[in-house]
Design a protein around this ligand. Structure first.
Ligand code: HEC
Ligand code: HEC
Length: 134
């Protein structure tokens, strides 16, 4: 709440897709940070989604990108399998942000729990979403 506060610089990672280094997930099934520069891929428009162009499961292997997870190709609200990218997941940068060297301004003691090593570097939200509910 301090208008005098000057935020420290938080330089963004400017590596190109393919030269990038992915970071472990912040917590299980958190949206991974984008490890590459994205200026050339924005804005995301209804008729042009360059992110999905590379991260589409049908194209990802060819460009060496991780395909979007199953949760992004599923209509979670209506519990329905769909073809292609779910509308709710179209606007990638709503949830995924570019890696930045950002100092922690407010102290934080949060420690993430991971149930196994795989979940530190990949996600499976669609399989675990209803855990404890059903
Ligand atoms: C030219 C192809 C290309 C485009 C376009 C592209 N990416 Fe990537 N992306 C890659 C590659 C290659 C990697 C590194 C390998 C990987 O997926 O971990 C990567 C990595 C990522 C990761 C990290 C995955 C992980 O497991 O940690 C995220 C998140 C991501 N991209 C999101 C985006 C978003 C959002 C956009 C659009 C703003 C975008 N990408 C556009 C190729 C691309
Ligand atoms: C509503 C928030 C949201 C949006 C929008 C979104 N994502 Fe995600 N993304 C997530 C979350 C949360 C995860 C991790 C949990 C999961 O879904 O499996 C994830 C995981 C990923 C992963 C890692 C997959 C893996 O197997 O580890 C990639 C790559 C990715 N997203 C790319 C994208 C791209 C590209 C777009 C746009 C086409 C996008 N995401 C849109 C929230 C989002």
């Amino acid at each position: 709440m301090n208008e005098e506060l000057v935020l420290p610089e938080s330089p963004l990672n400017l590596k190109e897709a393919g030269e990038s280094e992915v970071l472990p997930r912040s917590f299980e099934n958190s949206p991974p940070l984008i490890p590459h520069v994205i200026v050339d891929f924005l804005p995301i428009k209804i008729g042009e989604n360059m992110c999905f162009g590379c991260h589409d499961p049908e194209a990802a292997a060819d460009v060496g990108a991780t395909p979007v997870p199953k949760s992004h190709m599923y209509d979670i609200r209506n519990d329905k399998q769909i073809e292609g990218l779910a509308g709710a997941n179209f606007n990638c940068t709503q949830c995924h942000v570019v890696q930045a060297d950002a100092p922690t301004i407010v102290g934080n003691s949060f420690k993430a729990d991971f149930r196994n090593d795989k979940s530190r570097i990949s996600s499976n939200l669609l399989e675990t979403l209803n855990e404890g509910v059903e």
